[in-house]
Design a protein around this ligand. Structure first.
Ligand code: C5P
Length: 209
């Protein structure tokens, strides 16, 4: 049988990666958080003192990306997320990172990919497409709580402003903007617990098997 591909897209701090990872565990599939690739490219530029909006430098960083650069522990944090969002707007960067993502999607018995354009660009034929979202205020609250828990001292208004800016950049870029695929199931988690969201997502996957 063809590998089972599950696309999980959505805006920043929607919980898509958590949901995607849990689905991968439950159904025994590979897991890739595609945002980590963009974050890793953005991090490389920051570490070299370069501007993440520098398209030429971003392309070079993407072309020379190593597996060891894609280390989740080094890539959390909003500075890295914003840098990732800037390099993600460069079409050639997206093109360079595409084959790797499609390869993961081809792994047997299947894979769950989390991101922004998995259902629209990377895996348009995915068997199941989920779009996980929540209001921007709710997502900013979640991000605030997460930063706080990690010992940071975030400013609530700043976290919300950053979230609005990232949404704007992710939805307005010309290549692979964040949008709901026509055949995606939208899960609005503004009023939904993680457990309830996961149960709904798992049910949608089960129905497609
Ligand atoms: O999901 P995460 O916040 O880690 O992604 C970081 C940035 O990478 C996002 O703001 C988005 O611009 C970009 N991204 C993307 N396409 C993906 C995944 C992430 O453009 N498939």
């Amino acid at each position: 049988a063809d590998p089972l591909v599950i696309a999980v897209d959505g805006p920043a701090a929607s919980g898509k990666s958590t949901i995607a990872k849990a689905l991968a565990g439950r159904f025994g599939l590979a897991f890739l958080d595609t945002g980590l690739l963009y974050r890793a490219v953005g991090r490389k530029l920051l570490d070299c003192g370069l501007d993440p909006a520098d398209a030429e430098a971003a392309l070079k960083a993407a072309e020379t990306l190593q597996a060891s650069d894609v280390d989740e522990a080094k890539l959390t944090g909003d500075e890295t997320g914003q840098a990732g969002s800037k390099v993600a707007a460069v079409p050639s960067v997206r093109a360079v990172l595409l084959p790797f993502q499609r390869n993961v999607a081809r792994s047997a018995p299947g894979a769950v990919l989390a991101g922004r354009d998995v259902g629209t660009v990377i895996c348009p034929d995915a068997a199941v497409k989920l779009f996980i979202t929540a209001s921007v205020e709710e997502r900013a609250n979640r991000r605030f709580a997460e930063l706080h828990q990690r010992g940071a001292n975030p400013i609530r208004a700043q976290v919300l402003e950053d979230m609005i800016e990232r949404d704007r950049r992710d939805t307005s870029r010309s290549v692979a903007p964040l949008r709901v695929a026509d055949d995606a199931h939208v899960l609005d988690t503004t009023q939904l617990s993680l457990d309830a969201t996961l149960a709904a997502a798992a049910e949608l996957v089960r129905l497609s098997l």
